[in-house]
Design a protein around this ligand. Structure first.
Ligand code: NAP
Length: 259
């Protein structure tokens, strides 16, 4: 069985990735921590689209989780042709006042798990001469983010890593796409301890469906980077034109007001 693996399948953007890929006839492997939500999603997708959607509940910030997931799929004879590294979270607040364990967990999930899954499945894809990897970065990748510094830095890592890996794999049949969503109406904001209505009034609220649609199109086309929404595209241009200290100050003013 060849399929698409989606991490963070039970959240806003992740569930839409699953809906779109299932509608296109892909079998899926669904990954997140909540077993009950995964089971519900799996049943709905299997019933609605006639695909197979096995679940793998795990905490990907656990250092062994990515390897356990990989080994389990190899043992079951499941081949991953499409990897969607979507699971991630943010945490708002001044760094020195933050909960250290939460920052560490963020690095383990947003960076280490994403890297490890790309390493394990990417090697198999390269051997087979085909594969598609989508790493979910963010508009946050374009700037430094005071009052959310670890999250912004983690997404800058995802963007840089994805572009570099994609270049290394040029001509191998394996492509790597970094998706940069802007502010999207999902559970992300609550999990980060932020007031979504305030952020949305400033930056707009994108629908997770439209973000996932762009992501799947870019993934299938093997595009290196896909930026969703006009405000994010403007932020990307501004980050190139404006001195870094200025963009850092602006981000700090925006994020500070939400603390
Ligand atoms: N929403 C936005 O405005 C926005 C903007 C730019 C980028 N992004 C990025 O988009 C991606 C998806 O976020 P979202 O907006 O859809 O957020 P979300 O609704 O909070 O979904 C996050 C998903 O990740 C899973 N997850 C969280 N921690 C996990 C862990 N330790 N191990 C395994 N799974 C875990 C969650 O399920 P469980 O809780 O069940 O584990 C959930 O399925 C993230 O990488 C985020 O940084 C979001």
């Amino acid at each position: 069985m060849a399929c698409a693996l989606v991490t963070g399948a039970t959240g806003g953007i992740g569930t839409e990735f699953c809906n779109i890929l299932a509608a296109q006839g892909y079998d899926l492997v669904l990954v997140s921590r909540s077993e009950d939500k995964l089971a519900e999603l799996s049943q709905r997708l299997e019933r609605s689209y006639g695909i197979a959607a096995p679940i793998f509940p795990c905490d990907l910030s656990d250092p062994d989780a990515a390897d356990l997931l990989y080994r389990s799929l190899v043992e079951q004879g499941i081949t991953v042709n499409i990897l969607v590294n979507n699971a991630g979270f943010g945490d708002q607040g001044a760094f020195l006042d933050s909960n250290w364990a939460r920052q560490e967990e963020m690095i383990k999930l947003n960076i280490l798990a994403l890297m490890r899954l790309a390493y394990l499945f990417g090697n198999d894809m390269r051997t087979r001469g085909f594969g598609r990897i989508l790493n979910v970065a963010s508009v946050a990748a374009f700037a430094a983010g005071p009052y959310m510094p670890v999250y912004f830095a983690s997404k800058a890592f995802v963007l840089s890593f994805s572009q570099a890996l994609g270049e290394e794999l040029r001509g191998s049949g394996v492509t790597v796409t970094a998706l940069c969503p802007g502010t999207t109406a999902t559970g992300f904001w609550g999990a980060a301890g932020m007031d979504a209505s305030n952020v949305f009034s400033l930056m707009g609220a994108q629908s997770p469906r439209s973000v996932a649609e762009l992501g799947v199109r870019a993934l299938m086309a093997g595009k290196p980077v896909a930026i969703h929404s006009v405000p994010s595209k403007l932020a990307n241009i501004a980050a190139r034109l404006v001195p870094r200290r200025v963009s850092t100050w602006v981000c700090g003013q925006v994020l500070k007001r939400r603390v």
